[in-house]
Design a protein around this ligand. Structure first.
Ligand SMILES: *Cc1c(COP(=O)(O)O)cnc(C)c1O
Length: 390
């Protein structure tokens, strides 16, 4: 048996969807991207949605549109995909890291408050693995210091807290449609916002800073004249082929999310007896998006003293699972431990102990909506066996 970490869900609807732009010949950002944005906005409750080529470019556009500049600081979690910090670097600004809470893997609001200086302009909380960060606490910190908030909602499609979808709390929310996420367009992203000014700026910046889109130009008389380009923009557009794929994925979005939740429930029930594995919990009032099912490997209470030993033990376990055809992954990484950041800002892993422990000890299990009971059985029993030989 071979069980991958994830598997995109595509059916005849997706196959048909991508053919339509090929038949019409309109393949750059156009009517399908527009429809995808509308469907995404309706699903999440966001006022505006702008599709982009990835979540990384979505985040870059959001911070650029908010006017982030050289010398500014932005508070970001110490445990997240490196792109969260990279977009701050793209603007010649400084990412200031804040440690996470091990129970949720999300940024600790107290650490965020401590990281704020006179140069801080914003906060980029991450809703890691589909679980919302503590938005009430982060929102009040942001208000108290007049900071903007850009939510890195790359993994939190289908993640809700207090009745609101992730990505609709801050000034902007940025989503990913990479195949590791819950719906996919191959590569792709989305910026949601309730601010019209921000939406218009983002739409212009994703298209070289243009005053109107190619489609608008082609539909009007005078198509021979180019738009004007008053801003320094980028080419971060999603293609209409991907837009069509996104529409087909949105049409089955709730089914895909329900399928993911079904697997997560089965894991929660059947792995609760393993005392060496801390399972992900969902706080009251939250709905988890289950982009990933990420556990913490803790045969002993983890600390900076035993992390090296536990890390070796976790890797041995992952190797045994791999030998049986079961793919696992570390949850994500700690940017503070990547060379670029460690060297540039003289960071030691011990400066962010929880991010360090999470980087070394997380264990992400296979999770995809079409996973069968037999496949779930195989993962559960392989996990139980794997530790015995450890
Ligand atoms: C996946 C991910 C990204 C990057 O998304 P892309 O669409 O691949 O650019 C950014 N932040 C987090 C937290 C992610 O998980």
């Amino acid at each position: 048996m071979s069980i991958p970490i994830t598997k995109p869900f595509f059916g005849p609807e997706e196959l048909r969807a991508v053919q339509i732009p090929l038949e019409s010949g309109w393949v750059v950002q156009g009517p399908f991207v527009r429809e995808f944005e509308q469907r995404f906005g309706a699903f999440t409750g966001a006022t505006h949605a702008a599709a982009t080529s990835s979540c990384t470019t979505a985040l870059h556009l959001a911070v650029a549109a908010l006017g982030l500049a050289a010398g500014d600081e932005v508070v970001v979690p110490a445990f997240t995909w490196v792109a969260t910090a990279n977009v701050v670097e793209y603007m010649s600004a400084r990412p200031v890291f804040a440690d996470i809470r091990l129970e949720t893997f999300n940024v600790d609001p107290d650490a965020v408050a401590r990281a704020i200086t006179g140069k801080t302009r914003g906060i980029i909380p991450v809703h890691l693995f589909g679980l919302c960060a503590d938005m009430p606490a982060l929102g009040s910190i942001a208000r108290a210091h007049s900071l903007w908030v850009v939510e890195d909602a790359a993994c939190s499609f289908g993640g809700w807290t207090n009745g609101k979808h992730s990505g609709t709390f801050g000034d902007a929310g940025c989503f990913s449609f990479h195949p590791r996420k819950s719906i996919t367009t191959g590569e792709g992203g989305m910026v949601t916002t309730s601010r019209r000014d921000l939406h218009e700026k983002i739409c212009s910046l994703r298209d070289h800073g243009a005053t109107k889109t190619d489609r608008e130009r082609h539909e009007q008389a005078g198509a021979f004249l180019l738009a004007s380009y008053p801003h320094l923009g980028y080419n971060y557009r999603l293609t209409d082929i991907q837009g069509a794929l996104g529409c087909a994925q949105m049409a089955r979005a709730q089914t895909l999310l329900d399928g993911r939740a079904r697997v997560a429930r089965a894991y929660a029930e059947r792995l609760s007896g393993l005392d060496w594995l801390a399972l992900p919990a969902t706080p009251v009032g939250d709905r988890h998006g289950w982009q990933s099912y990420v556990c913490l490997f803790r045969p002993d209470p983890p600390s900076l003293n035993n992390v090296a030993r536990l890390h070796a033990k976790r890797n041995a376990l992952m190797l045994r699972l791999e030998a049986q055809g079961i793919a696992t992954r570390q949850g994500t990484h700690a940017p503070v431990m990547q060379d670029f950041y460690a060297r540039k800002y003289q960071i030691k892993p011990e400066d962010f102990p929880n991010a360090y422990l999470a980087d070394r000890l997380t264990l992400s299990l296979p999770l995809f909506p079409q996973m069968t009971d037999g496949e779930i059985d195989a993962v559960v029993s392989a996990l139980a066996r794997a530790i015995d030989h450890g």
